[in-house]
Design a binder for this molecule. Structure first.
Ligand code: SF4
Ligand code: SF4
Length: 115
């Protein structure tokens, strides 16, 4: 096999029929402005915590949107709630409130066996 010095990334596919989006829907109830997010990444690019850690608020809220909740509570502890991401969001997503709501939802006890 020829070595090109790079490899294609594995595709990440989610079978949405098998994923419970209960937590995501609850998040939209608590912070409806999240519906306007179009994944530009401005929030991550200006994040204060990002300067010192590998924290990516965009990665966190994208995972939440996809129903992938493992490890998110720990990730969210890296955020210092400075609010800079809220100021730069071109879609007016209230990220600071979104982060607090995600923390709240992830702290709630599981109601079912599904994730
Ligand atoms: S800056 Fe706003 S629109 Fe862009 S990814 Fe972040 S939340 Fe979404
Ligand atoms: S509130 Fe959190 S996610 Fe937003 S810029 Fe500050 S440290 Fe980053």
């Amino acid at each position: 096999m020829i070595e090109f010095g790079f490899a294609l990334k594995q595709t990440r596919q989610e079978n949405m029929d098998k994923v419970s989006l209960d937590k995501y829907n609850r998040l939209l109830d608590l912070e409806p402005s999240f519906k306007r997010c179009f994944q530009c990444g401005n929030c991550s690019a200006t994040c204060s915590a990002r300067q010192f850690t590998d924290f990516s608020i965009r990665r966190v809220h994208t995972s939440f949107r996809r129903g992938e909740y493992d490890g998110l509570a720990d990730e969210l502890r890296k955020c210092m709630l400075c609010g800079k991401c809220t100021l730069v969001c071109p879609r007016g997503v209230n990220l600071r409130s979104l982060i607090i709501s995600m923390r709240q939802i992830l702290d709630e006890p599981e109601k079912t066996g599904r994730r």
